[in-house]
Design a binder for this molecule. Structure first.
Ligand SMILES: O=C(O)CCC(=O)C(=O)O
Ligand SMILES: [Fe+2]
Length: 324
């Protein structure tokens, strides 16, 4: 598993974070521009790791950073119960890490229809969450490639942890196509190759319609034949042709077989290669006591896969066009 101990960098990272504006949401473009400057000053060992991951990825499809500077439990506000965060909320340390690490990789992106187009998301359990929502807790959040159905799909999903669940039971599951592909026979690979399958979209992108159905087309495998990209969503992908159903079933099983669990603890930052993996989260039990699991999330776009057509800045908000 690709988890890197960053405790040795904590002093330098704390010093970098201190040079960021204290109220990130007041001028988010300015905040992320500053983060971009600081990203160039990351300790060489860490900066190089990020650059290498960005250039070629790895077999696991993720990079975990452990031991980053995090707010102490007694200095942390209660876990949120609503979204988006107030505009005047002071910068948290894990948000600072998402800003700087994210800028080393690419451009933070807001999605207009999702969480009011905000860029920094709080991920926390919510009672009665929709079963497809990151706010679920006692049910499994099934495998999904984030916004696989969106033309401007993010290249990376970054999750940073301020609080774990009380029992430290929740695991973020990651399945990598580089590991799963050899388990899929050539016949099924060919079936899934460059073939857009009907795909539903998440609730935020349904335009207020309860169920618009499969309005997108998602290719499970595409890109470079020897090192393909993956688009896989266990809930939303809706193949209709029996041969497609069978091939998706084989891919699905292969992904299960190579799944790696990551239990995020405070000070962890997980970088998911969203073009080569699918991710999930196992159940946990919230106590609704203000100290429930609390992650921070950002989406990063890079030039890979044509995700930056031109002229973008970190912090831009994009609108939905389904893949077809
Ligand atoms: O809670 C987690 O570990 C992951 C949730 C998730 O899939 C997300 O926030 O995108
Ligand atoms: Fe997700």
């Amino acid at each position: 598993m690709t988890v890197v101990d960053c405790t040795g960098f904590a002093g330098q990272l704390t010093a970098l974070a201190a040079r960021l504006p204290d109220i990130p949401r007041r001028d988010l473009h300015g905040f992320l521009e500053r983060a971009g400057e600081l990203a160039a000053e990351l300790p060489t060992g860490l900066g190089t790791l990020l650059d290498e991951f960005n250039a070629s990825g790895n077999r696991d499809g993720f990079l975990g950073l452990r031991g980053l500077p995090v707010d102490a439990e007694d200095g942390l506000p209660p876990t949120p119960t609503s979204t988006p965060a107030p505009l005047d909320r002071p910068l948290l340390r894990m948000e600072a890490m998402l800003a700087i690490v994210g800028r080393r990789l690419g451009l933070h992106t807001g999605y207009k229809e999702l969480r009011a187009g905000t860029v920094f998301h709080d991920v926390y359990p919510s009672p009665n969450a929709h079963h497809l929502s990151s706010e679920t807790s006692e049910t499994l959040l099934e495998f999904h490639t984030e916004m696989a159905y969106h033309v401007l799909q993010p290249n990376y999903v970054l999750l940073a942890c301020s609080r774990a669940d009380h029992e430290r039971r929740a695991a973020t599951l990651v399945a990598s196509i580089r590991k799963a592909l050899p388990l899929v026979s050539e016949e099924y690979q060919n079936r899934l190759w460059d073939r857009p399958l009907p795909c539903r979209v998440d609730v935020a992108f349904r335009g207020g319609v309860a169920d618009p159905g499969a309005i997108a087309g998602v290719k499970p495998l595409y890109g470079d034949v020897t090192d393909p990209f993956l688009g896989y969503d266990r809930e939303l992908l809706a193949p209709a042709d029996p041969e497609d159903v069978e091939a998706v079933g084989v891919l699905s099983k292969a992904l299960d077989e190579v799944t790696e669990p990551v239990r995020l603890v405070p000070g962890d930052l997980l970088i998911l290669d969203n073009f080569r993996t699918t991710h999930a989260r196992t159940p946990f039990t919230p106590r609704w006591d203000g100290a429930d699991r609390w992650l921070h999330r950002v989406y990063i776009r890079t030039p890979r896969g044509g995700q930056l057509p031109g002229g973008e800045r970190a912090g831009d908000v994009v609108t939905f066009t389904p893949r077809s």
